[in-house]
Design a binder for this molecule. Sequence first.
Ligand code: SF4
Ligand code: SF4
Length: 170
Amino acid sequence: MSKKILIDLTKLRDHHITGRGDKPRIDGILSDHPNTNGLKTLRELAVFRFTCRRCEEAPCIQVCPADALEKDVEGMITRHTNLCISCKSCVTICPFGTMMSDFFEHHRDPERYFDLNDEKELRQFIQYNPGGAVKMVDMEENPEQDIYALNDQVLVKDIPYDKLKNENDG
Ligand code: SF4
Ligand code: SF4
């Protein structure tokens, strides 16, 4: 079994490195992820997959002046980076604060964004993350531990919105 990258979004989401500019949040980029439509951060991919509430009349899609957002067949939002003009109207209108404005940066500081398909950058990404937020593991998806496959290379630990909702309702 080949090793996978396990990213604990419950830790990474709020992690900032001190001394690295005014927005020192770091993130990973998957340069050949099938759903990227251009370079996207892991947080964006994971947020649309796990946190977005998949609103029926999605206000983010309605407000987008560039038709850059659409739902796939499962109702998951995807953003076309070639159309997005970074106006951030979707960030403002989302009633649940799902999106973060740094998803929409076109010029990514190489000191903060690491291509996980590049061995050296992956090592740096692991090194800069605190408390084991990113590590290499020999395991598969395990929903009981809130670990889900983002693709065949990356596992993400996060609590999906529908699971949280069921726990709160129950
Ligand atoms: S930031 Fe991009 S995706 Fe969001 S509303 Fe503006 S153009 Fe659309
Ligand atoms: S408005 Fe927010 S929660 Fe609703 S579909 Fe759009 S991103 Fe998801």
